[in-house]
Design a protein around this ligand. Sequence first.
Ligand SMILES: *Cc1c(COP(=O)(O)O)cnc(C)c1O
Length: 241
Amino acid sequence: MAVSLNRIQKNLDAVRAAIAGACGRCGRDPNDIAIVAVTKSVEIDTIRNLVDAGITDFGENRVRDLVAKADDLAGYLRRRRKPVPGPVRWHMVGHLQRNKVKKVLEFAGMIHSVDSLRLSEEVSVRAARVGTEMDILLQINCSEESQKYGCAVGAAPHLGEMISSLPGLRLRGLMTMGPLRGGKEGARNSFRRLREIFDEMKKDRIGGRDFQHLSMGMTDDYEIAVEEGATILRIGRALFE
Ligand SMILES: *Cc1c(COP(=O)(O)O)cnc(C)c1O
């Protein structure tokens, strides 16, 4: 069943208030922080309600679901009479296989989960072929848990430097997931580490002016992520519960 517009608005108000609170604690401007609504647990009716609540950025962690929902939403927005709050953008946030890159380029505006040279080369070749530039983030396994995707901490700056020199893509920043175990302190340590790697790469001018974003923080840890410098939060459950 769809999550109602009313409930989404209440949840979104609560999330925005929590973001504002975290910003107050560390002297940041809430306008510098984007919310990507991760819709993997909801259907198209709920996504339409998200649009009505003012959300324009959506994330999925499987290519097939991203394509289906992006296509559905585009059809809905063409038929809809009410104005759209802004251009809609889909974010691929889950592990990506090279054979699915072509599809993702058709439907997504940003890939958060690039974690190897081979994958970035595939994005580069395919995007250059159709004459576009794809926004990507380098995913780093900051907590160094073996079961997680993301490149190793030590490899990140060099990998980022190689990726940023490829045509057909723009390296826009870094992404990480909090640790599966380790609670709030574990999350804070991972986010802090991502920020340190970001600062180091920025100092070395990797990615140039495009290099601006830290995608970190989900339902259980987004306030910590804001305190540690996140510019993109990927939030699912907090919007739908
Ligand atoms: C599901 C998911 C999220 C959102 O998680 P919630 O805990 O529902 O907020 C964020 N990022 C990725 C990569 C995800 O798969």
